[in-house]
Every structure is written in C-alpha cells, then in structure tokens.
Design a protein around this ligand. Structure first.
Ligand SMILES: Cc1cc2nc3c(=O)[nH]c(=O)nc-3n(C[C@H](O)[C@H](O)[C@H](O)COP(=O)(O)O)c2cc1C
Length: 304
C-alpha cells in the first residue's frame, strides 16, 4: 500500500487510518488487534499518573447516528500501563500514547513515562469535555496549551501532538499556540459537549449529566475544524470525528488531514473498518489516477 503511506512529524504510517483514543485502546491485546486489522497506527486510551475508576454507570448513551459518553477517564495509571504497552508496541505499527493530567508537571511525568515504555509519539489529551480539572478545561486556554506543549516537548525526544476540543471559539488560537510552543501536530476533534435526557425518568441519562458527543453527528464539526486549522497552521493535522467509511476519511484528507482516526465506527462495524477504509481509498486513487495520498491532503482548499 505504498500510495497510502503517510508521514507525521517523522513517524511513518503504512496507511493514514489510526485507532482513536478510548475505543478498544485500554489493553495491549486490543491495540494489537486494531494494528492487525489494518490500522496504520494506534492511539492508547488516555492514561494519567494514578489509576482512576471513572464515573458510575450509565456512562454511555447510544442513539441513531451518535454516542454520548462520560466515562470519566478510567485507566490503570501509567505504571500499570507498562505491561499493556509491551504487547501494543510489538504489533509493529506506531503506538501513540495518549496522556492526560491536571498540571504541567504531571503532563511531563506521564508523557516521559509513555516515551520510556515505547510510544512512538505522544498525544496530549487537552480536550476531554467531561472530566473536571482535566482536558477541555485546560485545552480552551491558548496560553495554558502553549505552556503544556512547550514543557512536554522540551522533555521528550518523540513527537508531541495536541488533541484539541471543538468546544471553544478559540480553536485556531489554540492550534497556533501548539505550533508556537514547538508541538509537532494537532489532532482534531475530541467529542462535543452534550447531554441526553430520559423522558421516563425526567432526568439526564448519564450519571455525570454532561458527556461527549461522537459518531456521524459530529463529522461536519470535525471537518470544519480541520479545514480552519489547515488554513492557519503549518504542522500536521490528524482528523477525527464521525468517520464511518472511506468517503468520510477522504473528506478529512481533502480538508487538510494527513491521517484520520476512527473511534465510534468501531462500535458499529468492528475492526474491519480499517481495511474497508483503506481499500476504498485505494480504489478512489486508482480511478482518479492519484499516486500518493499526500497529493490529496488539503485539495479542497484550492480555488480554480
Ligand atoms: C467511549 C469513548 C471513549 C473515549 N475516550 C477518549 C479518551 O480516553 N481520550 C481521548 O482523547 N478521546 C477519547 N474519546 C474521543 C475519541 O477519541 C474521538 O475523538 C471522538 O469520539 C470523535 O471520533 P469518532 O466520532 O470517530 O468517535 C472517546 C470517545 C468515546 C466514544
């Protein structure tokens, strides 16, 4: 699949599809399964310094065309995650270690540990919409984002990507802050803050009330985010949000993404979604005489 090769800040992916953080990324076995199913790279579930149980159920609401989740960042903590990484890294595709923290110091510690246990790149979760004191609360402030990225970047050798939230009017400023701080790329988007209400119980469905919307419903927001970022920054963009099939993935590439991540679609289609998307992309390229996927990155911006 030479024509599908993509390079993200020096990290080479055999094809531009990646497993998004949080979907089957908790264990080494599930990360390796995504790699064997054709993902060009995999992203771990977001891992923090200490173990966290996450929120009480219900944590996931499913409707036609979307999910709303508030898992509460459950994870075993970076020390215990080491065992999982061993198996993930041996799968042969680059493993992006997703990390979260509530202070710059902890971001540096968790990211350095992720690098030590074999991550090819770090993805900073600056965008979770439902964990108080983490994620989005930090990721909407360009100065805070700048300082986190600069400190993590200064402490590591592997590339550092920042995953951005769409829950802000400052998306472009935040993206520019990542670039100014020496960040190697951005990932857009995390979930969109949302709620669901049970008519029977007359209460919000999720135990945390608020959750993050994902799946096909968020694709136009993700696409707009990637399109805007492409016009305003010069570091690689990874697109994510509502990608269900090869056409969705191609839209993100044409908007300016060098790679795409797939999350919710795995709930519906399983791991075969990676090979389904890559074969659809190759067919499109053959029919249209396109040799390299990189020739399509950002083409939707060209004005004739
Ligand atoms: C159940 C669930 C758990 C998630 N957990 C994480 C997480 O731990 N860290 C993170 O950065 N994003 C997390 N996400 C967000 C996804 O990585 C992705 O950004 C979002 O779902 C949009 O993509 P999609 O529409 O393909 O799912 C999670 C999403 C879902 C549905």
């Amino acid at each position: 699949m030479k024509g599908l090769r993509t390079v993200l800040a020096g990290v080479t992916l055999g094809n531009p599809t990646m497993l998004a953080s949080g979907m089957m990324g908790e264990t080494g076995a599930s990360l390796a399964k995504a790699a064997m199913s054709g993902a060009g790279a995999v992203v771990t579930k977001s891992v923090g310094l200490e173990p966290r149980e996450g929120y009480k159920n219900p944590t996931l609401y499913e409707a036609d065309g979307y999910y709303i989740n508030a898992m509460g960042l459950p994870n075993p903590g970076i020390r215990l995650f080491k065992e999982e990484m061993r198996e993930a890294v041996s799968s042969g595709v680059p493993v992006f270690g997703s990390v979260f923290a509530s202070s710059i110091k902890d971001f540096v510690t968790v990211a350095s540990n992720m690098e030590e246990i074999g991550a090819s790149a770090i993805e900073l979760n600056l965008s979770c919409p439902h964990a108080k004191g983490y994620g989005m609360e930090m990721g909407i402030d360009p100065e805070m984002v700048h300082d986190i990225v600069r400190e993590v970047k200064g402490s590591l050798k592997v590339p550092v990507f920042a995953k951005l939230t769409p829950n802000t009017h400052s998306l472009i400023e935040v993206g520019q802050a990542v670039e100014r701080a020496g960040g190697d790329g951005v990932v857009a988007i995390n979930t969109v803050k949302a709620i669901a209400i049970s008519v029977e119980f007359r209460r919000p469905v999720l135990s945390n009330i608020y959750g993050g919307l994902s799946g096909p419903a968020v694709k136009p927001i993700g696409l707009r985010s990637v399109y805007d970022l492409y016009d305003n920054i010069d570091i690689p963009i990874i697109g994510v949000g509502g990608i269900d099939d090869w056409r969705d993935a191609m839209e993100y590439i044409m908007a300016g993404a060098k790679a795409v991540q797939i999350g919710s679609a795995i709930g519906k289609k399983g791991m075969t979604v990676f090979s389904e998307i890559t074969s659809g992309m190759l067919r499109y390229m053959e029919h249209n005489d396109v040799r390299e996927i990189s020739d399509l990155v950002g083409v939707a911006h060209e004005r004739k």
